[in-house]
Design a protein around this ligand. Structure first.
Ligand code: PCA
Length: 322
C-alpha cells in the first residue's frame, strides 16, 4: 500500500509541477549586481528559463566572483563555463577590431554607437567563431566622462595623475595625457581611490554612481568620449548541445536583451549623472581647450590604431564611415 501511495504521489507531483531544469549554466560577469548590465543579464536568464520551460536555467555570478575578468573569455572557450559577459575591448590585444568602440571620439552618441556595432559585429562574430565562441549580444555603457578632484581645464591638468584604466586604449589615453595608468577592475574602484592607488578616472556615470564617486572625487566632466560595450558570448559546442527549441529560446532572449540593454544604457546616462549631482558632485561641461586637447589625443590614438589594425578591423571603420 505504502509503495503504491508513494508512486501515486510522485506521479501526481510530476504532473503538477513544471518540468525541472535539465541543464544549469553558470554565467560569470566582472560587474556587480547593481550594474544595469548585470540587471539586464539576470532578466535574460529569467527569460531563457521561462521560454525554455525550465529546460535551461542560467545562474549569474557577478563581480568577478566565479572568474576574474581577464579569464572569463578563455573560461568560456575551454568550456569551464558555457557562457559569460566581459568588456569587449579588453580583447584588443588579440585583434584591434575588438577595441574600436573604445577609441576616443569615433562614436560618441547612441546612434553612432549602433552604426559602429552593426559594422563591427560581422568581424567580431567571425573572430570569435574561430575560437569556438558565438556572440549572443552586446550592450554599450553610457558615454565615458572624466572624474577628478578639482576642475580640469586643459589636458595639462591631467599630467602626473595616477589614472585608473580598464583596457589598453585607456592606458594609451592616460599615457598620452601625461598621466600614469593603473589597471583597476570596476568593483575595486572605491578601494583604489581610498588607498591612493589612483586619483582620477574615465568611466560612465553608471560606474561613477555605483562606486559612489562623490566619496573620493569632486568633479565630473562630461567629455562623452566613447561608448564601450559589454559582450555576452556562449561556447558554440555548449550551444549546439541544447535542443532546437532551447537554442531558439536563447537567441530570442538574447535579441530582447540587446534591445533592452541599449535602452537601459540611454536611461542610465541621465539618471546616474543626476545621482552624482544629488550627492554633491560638480558636473561640468569641458572647456573648448580641454575638448581640443582630448581630440588631439584621440586623433593620435586613431592613427596608431589604423597603423596596427588588421584589414578586417580597418573594414569596420570604412563600413562605419560610409
Ligand atoms: N564601466 C566599466 C567599463 C566602462 C564603464 O562605463 C568600468 O569602468 O570598468
Amino acid at each position: 500500500m505504502k509503495m503504491t501511495h508513494a508512486a501515486a504521489f510522485a506521479a501526481g507531483l510530476a504532473i503538477a509541477t513544471p518540468a525541472m531544469a535539465q541543464t544549469t549554466w553558470d554565467m560569470p560577469t566582472p560587474y556587480g549586481d547593481s550594474t544595469f548590465h548585470t540587471i539586464n543579464i539576470a532578466q535574460f536568464a529569467d527569460e531563457v528559463a521561462s521560454a525554455s520551460n525550465g529546460d535551461l536555467s542560467i545562474t549569474v555570478h557577478s563581480a568577478g566572483s566565479l572568474f576574474p575578468h581577464a579569464e572569463i573569455k578563455n573560461a568560456i572557450r575551454s568550456r569551464q563555463v558555457p557562457l559569460g559577459e566581459f568588456f569587449l575591448s579588453r580583447l584588443s590585444n588579440e585583434d584591434l577590431a575588438f577595441g574600436i568602440d573604445s577609441q576616443p571620439f569615433v562614436a560618441t552618441s547612441y546612434e553612432d554607437g549602433e552604426k559602429l556595432w552593426a559594422a563591427q559585429r560581422p568581424v567580431i562574430d567571425a573572430l570569435l567563431a574561430e575560437q569556438g565562441l558565438k556572440v549572443l549580444f552586446a550592450v554599450p555603457w553610457p558615454a565615458q566622462g572624466l572624474y577628478t578632484n578639482g576642475e580640469i581645464k586643459t589636458v595639462e591638468d591631467l599630467s602626473g595623475l595616477r589614472f585608473r584604466a580598464y583596457n589598453a586604449a585607456l592606458e594609451e589615453f592616460a599615457t598620452l595625457a601625461g598621466a600614469a595608468p593603473v589597471q583597476v577592475e570596476a568593483p575595486d574602484i572605491p578601494q583604489a581611490f581610498a588607498t591612493g592607488q589612483v586619483e582620477a578616472m574615465i568611466t560612465s556615470p553608471s560606474t561613477g554612481a555605483n562606486s559612489k564617486a562623490w566619496d573620493f572625487v569632486t568633479h565630473y566632466t562630461q567629455i562623452d568620449a566613447w561608448l564601450p560595450k559589454n559582450i555576452v558570448v556562449v561556447n558554440q559546442r555548449a550551444f549546439d548541445g541544447l535542443s532546437a527549441e532551447t537554442q531558439a529560446a536563447v537567441l530570442e532572449a538574447a535579441a530582447a536583451a540587446e534591445a533592452r540593454g541599449w535602452e537601459m544604457s540611454k536611461a542610465e546616462a541621465a539618471t546616474k549623472t543626476q545621482i552624482m549631482a544629488d550627492n554633491g558632485m560638480i558636473i561640468v561641461s569641458p572647456s573648448p581647450e580641454l575638448v581640443a586637447g582630448l581630440q588631439a589625443i584621440g586623433a593620435e590614438m586613431l592613427e596608431n590604431w589604423k597603423a596596427n589594425a588588421s584589414d578586417d578591423a580597418l573594414s569596420i571603420l570604412s563600413a562605419y564611415s560610409n
